[in-house]
Design a protein around this ligand. Structure first.
Ligand code: C2E
Ligand code: CA
Ligand code: CA
Length: 692
């Protein structure tokens, strides 16, 4: 055979002509294939050509099959009938036009094909059976005409080891077989069985049955082979689509349905006429990230597969369990469930999943949080899933390992958080942040010693937001550094403005810092630049750090603080007394001042324990030669007690609230705040503190 260039339609067509002239498809074949080859289905035609070439390569393609009832028959002789040229063409046209075939429409399509073939070949019955190698069975795909089969149809799935001989025989058939045998009714039937070959293995058989003795021409068998090969292509396409459909609805790792399939299920359940409400449980493995990190991804995968298995064991067959993200599963029980029962189920699930998982190299376990929401019939699936997800967030913020049921309060809380997370970045850049300043005074004289810059956010719809609503979000979303930078620049600009106007010359500006700022290697440079830009001496600024800053990496914090101190900047340990390693930090870090946390100061008089704590902090500060400030002074009694215990510096609502810059200027003008302390404390000279 000539060699042709298969990459062009012309080459392909020439090859087809060669091939078909040598084959038994007749004169119609080349015209047909040439026309097809120039069309969009070149690949399918190429597959067809491959198959056709086998007709010419294998001699005597219609092999006689003698292993079916009865005696061997003589090999068939080509009769007078010729294959109608329209058969292949009409089949190809149908094949091309049925582009939307999938698993569900396959049967109808094949039935139509079989009906066409029966009409063309003038036979009595045809069927297509698939071979399932895993099940070791043959499965009926379609037949024509349809039998009036009992239900279940015994011929629907026939296992090879149980099959009577004709089905048993198709398991390994690789060439067309013509058989002749007596049917159950004593009538003779002739069959042509054509295998559907894929990658050297038969994936099914196409069978035609004719009552009586019937001779199949080689031309007919050749056409059937071509049709079988096209059906293989069709099956390949359907398989690919089925696989794609599976992948688009299932999680690869666990094989559980994915979010897409979950929402589909929830949508149908919430719209169904079955009774509600419908419970949705969002389950999260809290420590998965850590396991991935420390034990490797493979261990994490094992934990997930194990959890998937345990969840399936716990649930009934009709319940939905899906994996919708890294460490997140969702359960939707099929039966109606009220919030209370759903919460009980959540607790059970939590217990089951918290158990140890055996890994290849040891065991592990992780915490589990579950969020529960209950949807009423008619509710939107995505809404209910969102509610369960918010409940999960609430469960996780209770230190993880918890169960939370969705409420409106949870919704409001997270709506605010999400809104903040979405808008905070632009707030930092578009100047909607503002600083308020809270004075700190000497309780004995009312003299203003410092002002603390406290950030607020002028939110476009929610009004003036206090830092507690957004600092945490900033820290969680890597914005704290940027926000802190803004605060330093804005506060220094303000102090410089005051200095220019002759205000606050002896006042220390206190600026709060986030842990994230301190670990940034550029932090010291940024502070230096801000001081330089605004012409401010380092010692008129004090940076406040909280103990959790120090905890992260004591050595590194120590280096950073020393570099800051070399600029003259002072360091305050804020919220003092609330941390775990207070003494270590005092000893290890170059701190100038401690600020007693307001929780101890607020109830200083009512609570003897608080008094003892405050007293020991003051003693400690004195021993370490540090200044000490009492925060959160709200009552004169608290002010008196601080004074009595030897703490003269104080800040609190009793003295002044945090104020906008122009309002705090009133105090900066006089440099004194009149304190209405009922009982004048014992006045003494302010004690000078030696700063390290
Ligand atoms: P903080 O550093 O301990 O600041 C003092 C907080 O106590 C301020 O709350 C202040 O309004 C409040 N306060 C002052 N006196 C009293 C009082 O007598 N009674 C009561 N109940 N509260 C009093 P604010 O402004 O809401 O700030 C809260 C926290 O937000 C601050 O606590 C600080 O940790 C953080 N923060 C504020 N501004 C910044 C900032 O610019 N950067 C960073 N990283 N954190 C900031
Ligand atoms: Ca502070
Ligand atoms: Ca504080």
């Amino acid at each position: 055979m000539n060699s042709h260039d298969f990459t062009t339609a012309a080459g392909l067509a020439a090859h087809a002509r060669d091939l078909l002239e040598r084959s038994s498809l007749g004169a119609e074949g080349p015209r047909l294939l040439r026309r097809r080859a120039s069309g969009k289905q070149i690949n399918q035609i190429r597959a067809l050509l491959d198959q056709s070439s086998r007709i010419t390569d294998s001699e005597g393609s219609a092999r006689h099959f003698d292993d079916w009832y009865g005696e061997p028959i003589t090999p068939p002789v080509a009769g007078d009938r010729t294959t109608s040229p329209g058969l292949l063409e009409s089949f190809l046209t149908r094949f091309e036009s049925e582009s939307a075939i999938d698993e569900t429409t396959m049967r109808d399509t094949v039935e139509r094909v079989l009906a066409d073939l029966i009409a063309h070949l003038d036979v009595d019955f045809a069927h297509l059976r698939r071979i399932d190698r895993e099940w070791k069975a043959t499965v009926l795909v379609a037949e024509w005409p349809r039998r009036s089969a009992p239900d279940p149809d015994p011929l629907s799935v026939v296992y090879f080891d149980q099959a009577y001989s004709p089905f048993h025989a198709v398991e390994n058939v690789s060439e067309p077989m013509i058989t002749c045998a007596d049917s159950y009714f004593g009538q003779q039937v002739t069959s042509a069985v054509v295998p559907l070959m894929r990658d050297g293995e038969s994936i099914g058989v196409l069978s035609f049955v004719k009552h009586g003795d019937w001779v199949w021409s080689q031309q007919e068998v050749g056409v059937l082979r071509v049709i079988a090969s096209l059906l293989v292509e069709l099956q390949r396409r359907v398989d690919a689509e089925t696989r794609a459909e599976y992948l688009s609805t299932h999680d690869k790792l666990t094989g559980l349905p994915n979010e897409h399939a979950l929402l589909d299920f929830m949508g149908r359940r919430l719209r169904s006429s079955r009774p509600g409400p419908v419970a949705v449980l969002c389950v999260s493995l809290d420590g998965l990230k850590l396991i991935n990190h420390h034990r490797g991804r493979q261990a994490g995968d094992q934990v997930l597969c194990n959890a998937a298995g345990r969840l399936e064991e716990q649930l009934e067959d009709d319940d939905m369990v899906a994996r919708i993200g890294g460490d997140q599963f969702v359960i939707v029980p099929k039966k109606a469930m009220d919030p209370y029962t759903a919460e009980l189920l959540a607790c059970r699930i939590q217990q089951v999943l918290t158990g140890r998982t055996i890994l290849d190299d040891g065991t592990t376990s992780c915490g589990v949080s579950v969020g529960v929401a209950v949807g009423v019939l008619g509710e939107d699936a995505a809404d209910v899933l969102r509610q369960a997800d918010l409940a999960l967030r609430a469960a996780k913020t209770q230190d993880g390992n918890g169960v939370a049921v969705y409420t409106d309060t949870i919704c409001m809380r997270f709506e605010l958080e999400d809104d903040i997370a979405l808008n905070l970045r632009s707030a930092v850049s578009d100047d909607s942040l503002v600083l308020h300043y809270q004075p700190e005074v000497d309780l004995r004289t009312g003299r203003v010693l410092a002002v603390e810059a406290l950030v607020r956010w002028q939110h476009p719809t929610r009004g003036l937001l206090l830092p507690d609503t957004f600092i945490g979000v900033a820290e969680a979303s890597n914005l704290a550094d940027e926000l802190g930078d803004w605060v330093i620049r804005a506060a220094c600009a303000q102090l410089s403005d005051w200095h220019r106007r002759g205000l606050a010359s002896d006042v220390v500006l206190r600026i709060n810092t986030s842990p994230m700022q301190l670990i940034n290697p550029n932090f010291v440079d940024r502070v230096a630049r801000a001081l330089q830009l605004h012409g401010i001496a380092g010692d008129s600024v004090c940076l406040e750090i909280t103990e959790n800053v120090a905890v992260q990496d004591l050595n590194r914090t120590d280096l950073t603080l020393r570099a800051l101190k070399s600029l003259g900047v002072q360091i305050a340990l804020d919220d003092f007394g609330t941390g775990y390693n207070t003494l270590t930090h005092l000893q290890a870090l170059p701190v100038d001042i401690v600020k007693i946390d307001r929780s101890f100061v607020k109830y200083l008089d009512d609570n003897p324990h608080n008094r003892a704590i405050v007293e020991s902090i003051i003693t400690l500060a004195r021993d370490f030669e540090l200044a000490v400030v009492g925060e959160g002074v709200e009552t004169t009694a608290a002010a008196h007690t601080l004074l009595t215990l030897g703490c003269h510096r104080a800040q609190g609502f009793l003295i002044a609230r945090p104020l906008p810059a122009e309002e705090v200027e009133t105090h900066l003008n006089t440099m004194r705040i009149r304190l209405d302390l009922d009982e004048p404390p014992m006045l003494g000279r302010p004690r000078a503190h030696r700063y390290r």
